[in-house]
Design a binder for this molecule. Structure first.
Ligand code: ADA
Length: 556
C-alpha cells in the first residue's frame, strides 16, 4: 500500500476565545496571520504556546492523483475534528489512540486538510482536569495518508492457541468495498512462512469480515529472553470478475505478532508457563524538548536506560504509549502493562466519562492486540473502587476488554486500601496492582500493608505498580531529608529488597522512570512543576536512585 506522511509544518492558529476561524476571517483559513508549527509535536513544546490550553486550528494542503485516501491520525490531544476541503470527515476524543478518515475517489489536484484540536480537560474528559501530568496539546503523533483501492483491507485481528510448538491461528480480516459493485477478491493471510488463501465476497458499498485459520509449526515462542517475532500479512489479489479499470485486486495490511502465553498461578505471573518477576518502571511520554511527541531516538534511549537499570518491564502510565515504543518493547523482550487514562475517577467523573473510557479501552486493545510485550490491560488508576458506580462501571470495562481480547491479564491499579477502604474492583482483576507511598506521603509499614492486601483479596499475584519518593535533581543533605536524592535512593532500595523477599509479590514498577512536567495547578506541591519521582531527571540524567536500582537488579 502506498503511504505518504503528512508530517512537517502546518499552519497553526490558537483560538483562545473558541471563535472558530470563520467568525473573524470569513470563509477561508487566515493563512496570512497563521503561525507555522511542526507535526507531530506538542504545541506546548513551542515557547510561544508553552502554557496554551484551549482549542487551536491546523491547516495544510496536499496534492493527490485521482484516488481514495485513508488518513490515519495517530494521536491528537485531546479532542479533534478533521475537515477535508471544508467538510467534516472525522472527530475523535482522546489523545492516545488513533482514528481514521476515508476520502473516497478524490479528484486529482490540491486539497486542504484542517484539524481543530482542543486540549481543554474537564469532568468528562479522560484524563479529567485534576490529572497529575501536563496536558500536552496538538497533533502530537504522526499523520499518514494511504492510497487504497475500492476493495481494501480495513482491519486484521490475529488470535492463536498454542500447543507445545504448534499454533492454531485465527485471522479475522475485515474488507471494505467503497465501490458500487460487488467484489470477490482472493485473500491470503500469512504468518511467517505459513499461509492460507480464500475468496471473500463483499457487496458494493459494504464491508465483510472473513475468518481464516492456519497452523504454524515449529513455533519459536516470544519470551523476555528470546523475543521472536513473526510477520503477519493480509493480502488481496485475484482478478475482478467484470472488466474494469485496474482489473486486479491489490492491497495489503501488515503487522507483527509473537507467540506466547500469559497466565497466573497462585501468586505468580507466568509467561509461557514460567514465572517471571516483574521489575519495572512507570513511564510517561514527556521530555523538556519534545513534550509528549518523542522522536524514535528518545524512545530508544528511554528503553535502553530502563534495560540498563536491570528492569524487564514498563507500566505505560497512564495511557497507551506511542506504538513505536511498544514495537521496541516487543523487540527487546520488555513486558508491558498498558492502561487507559482513567485516573483517580470518582463517582461523578465515572458517570460523565464512562462512555469515553469504554471507547478508549476498545481503541487501545484494537490498536495494540498484536504486541506480545503487552501482558496486561489496566482498566484504571486509583479510582474510587469502593463506590458502587465506579465498581459497576469498571466491571463493564472488564467485560469490554474480554470481548475484544481474552488472551491477556486484566488489572486495575488501586490505592483504595491505602486509603483504608476495600477495593471491590480487585474481585475481577487477575492480579492486584497496588499503588502506595509509605515513607513518602505517609509513614507506615510496608510489610503490614502487604500482609493486609494478601489476606484480603485471596490467592492472586500482587504487583506494586507505584511506590517512590520525590527527589529534586542534585539535592543532597547529610541527613537524607525528603526531596534529596539519597532519601529517594534509600527508600527505593528498602522497598525493592522487601518486595523481592516476599513470595506473594510478583513484581513492582517504580514511580517513575523520569521526572515529568505536571499540571501547572500542582506547582505548589510539586517543586519545579515537575513530578520529581524519576530515577532519572527530565533530561534523563541519572539520580542516585538509578544506580541503587541498577545495583539491586544487577545480581539477577
Ligand atoms: C499517584 C498517581 C501518579 C502520581 C503519583 C504521585 O499514585 O497514580 O500518577 O501522581 O501518585 O507522584 O503522587
Amino acid at each position: 500500500r502506498r503511504r505518504r506522511t503528512l508530517d512537517g509544518q502546518w499552519e497553526f492558529l490558537a483560538d483562545p476565545e473558541n471563535e472558530g476561524y470563520d467568525a473573524d476571517y470569513g470563509e477561508s483559513f487566515p493563512t496570512e496571520v497563521a503561525d507555522r508549527i511542526s507535526v507531530p509535536s506538542s504545541w506546548n513544546a513551542h515557547t510561544e504556546y508553552a502554557d496554551y490550553v484551549g482549542p487551536a486550528w491546523y491547516r495544510r494542503t496536499f496534492e493527490t492523483g485521482e484516488e481514495s485516501l485513508l488518513f490515519t491520525f495517530h494521536g491528537v490531544a485531546h479532542d479533534a475534528t478533521v475537515y477535508l476541503d471544508g467538510e467534516e470527515v472525522a472527530s475523535h476524543e482522546g489523545s492516545y489512540t488513533p482514528f481514521t478518515a476515508l476520502a473516497r475517489h478524490l479528484d486529482a489536484g490540491e486539497h486542504e486538510l484542517v484539524v481543530r484540536a482542543d486540549n481543554t480537560r474537564g469532568e468528562a474528559t479522560l484524563p479529567h482536569d485534576d490529572a497529575d501530568w501536563f496536558p500536552h496539546g496538538g497533533i502530537h503523533r504522526e499523520v499518514v495518508a494511504e492510497t487504497v483501492p475500492d476493495v481494501y483491507v480495513r482491519d486484521l485481528a490475529v488470535e492463536y492457541d498454542l500447543y507445545g510448538d504448534e499454533a492454531t491461528v485465527e485471522a479475522e480480516v475485515t474488507l471494505h468495498n467503497v465501490g458500487p459493485r460487488p467484489a470477490e477478491p482472493d485473500l491470503t493471510v500469512s504468518v511467517g512462512d505459513a499461509s492460507v488463501t480464500d475468496s471473500v465476497a463483499v457487496e458494493g458499498m459494504d464491508a465483510a469480515t472473513a475468518t481464516l485459520g492456519l497452523d504454524v509449526e515449529d513455533v519459536d515462542r516470544w519470551s523476555p529472553d528470546d523475543p521472536t517475532l513473526y510477520d503477519v500479512e493480509a493480502r488481496l489479489h485475484g482478478e475482478q470478475a467484470d472488466e474494469r479499470e485496474g482489473d486486479a485486486f491489490a492491497d495489503d495490511l501488515r503487522d507483527r505478532i509473537g507467540f506466547r502465553t500469559v497466565s497466573t498461578a497462585g501468586r505468580e505471573i507466568l509467561i509461557n508457563g514460567e514465572p517471571v518477576d516483574i521489575a519495572g518502571v512507570n513511564r510517561h511520554e514527556d521530555h523538556p524538548e519534545w513534550g509528549s511527541a518523542q522522536p524514535l531516538r528518545v524512545q530508544e534511549r528511554d528503553l535502553d536506560l530502563i534495560r540498563r537499570a536491570g528492569c524487564n518491564a514498563v507500566r505505560c502510565s497512564h495511557y497507551p504509549n506511542h506504538p513505536r515504543f511498544l514495537d521496541l518493547c516487543d523487540e527487546e523482550g520488555v513486558l508491558v502493562i498498558e492502561e487507559i487514562p482513567m485516573w483517580q475517577v470518582d463517582e461523578s467523573t465515572m458517570t460523565s466519562s464512562q462512555e469515553r473510557a469504554q471507547r478508549a479501552l476498545v481503541e487501545m486493545i484494537e490498536r495494540d492486540r498484536h504486541h506480545p510485550s503487552i501482558f496486561a490491560w489496566s482498566l484504571s488508576n486509583e479510582c474510587a473502587n469502593d463506590h458502587p458506580t465506579v465498581v459497576d462501571g469498571t466491571r463493564q470495562l472488564k467485560w469490554a476488554a474480554d470481548g475484544v481480547d481474552d488472551s491477556r491479564l486484566v488489572t486495575a491499579a488501586s490505592n483504595t486500601d491505602f486509603e483504608g477502604a476495600t477495593d471491590e474492583v480487585f474481585d475481577f482483576c487477575d492480579f492486584l496492582s497496588v499503588n502506595a507511598y509509605w515513607g513518602w506521603y505517609r509513614d507506615g509499614d510496608w510489610d503490614e500493608f502487604l500482609d493486609g492486601i494478601a489476606a484480603e483479596y485471596g490467592e492472586k499475584p500482587i504487583v506494586v505498580t507505584e511506590f517512590g519518593a520525590g527527589a529534586v535533581p542534585g539535592e543532597r543533605t547529610h541527613e537524607g531529608r525528603k526531596w534529596s536524592e539519597s532519601y529517594q535512593a534509600d527508600l527505593l532500595a528498602d522497598c525493592v529488597d522487601l518486595f523481592r523477599e516476599r513470595d506473594d509479590v510478583a513484581g513492582f514498577a517504580v514511580w517513575q522512570f523520569c521526572d515529568t512536567l505536571t499540571d501547572p495547578e500542582a506547582a505548589m506541591t510539586r517543586p519545579r512543576t515537575h513530578n520529581n519521582k524519576g530515577i532519572v531527571d527530565e533530561h534523563r540524567r541519572p539520580k542516585e536512585a538509578y544506580r541503587v536500582l541498577r545495583d539491586r537488579l544487577a545480581d539477577d
